[in-house]
Design a protein around this ligand. Structure first.
Ligand SMILES: [Zn+2]
Length: 124
């Protein structure tokens, strides 16, 4: 019976033996898995970095002692804010959609203005 050839996912050597084999040996398996984990960890670290940076930018837009601030969309982008990443969305009773990065969020207003808010104690 002609068997489909299989190759080690780590070193690409041809595999013999069990059909469900993916690696030559434990060494190749461990090397491969460690690399996969490192890749995932890097991705998570990069996203966490963007979220923290977003949060800090938003925080800096609220004058001390105030609950909210206003900033132009362009200014946020200039400072390195990423609109791609946020931690959660909050919709208020009026239907306004706030995007949050941890405890700071923003609402897009007309004419490319952004309202920046911070989580109040009783806000879900
Ligand atoms: Zn191998």
């Amino acid at each position: 019976m002609e068997m489909e050839k299989k190759f080690c996912l780590q070193c690409s050597k041809e595999l013999h033996g069990r059909i469900d084999k993916k690696f030559c040996d434990d060494y190749c398996r461990n090397t491969y898995n460690n690399h996969q984990n490192a890749t995932h960890n890097n991705l998570i670290r990069n996203i966490n970095y963007v979220l923290r940076k977003n949060r800090n930018i938003l925080e800096s837009k609220i004058p001390s002692g105030e609950d909210m601030g206003k900033i132009s969309r362009n200014r946020l982008i200039q400072e390195g804010f990423s609109f791609t990443y946020f931690t959660h969305i909050y919709q208020n009773k009026k239907g306004n959609l706030y995007h949050f990065c941890y405890d700071f969020g923003y609402l897009e207003l007309e004419n490319d203005w952004i309202l920046v808010v911070k989580v109040k104690g009783n806000q879900g």
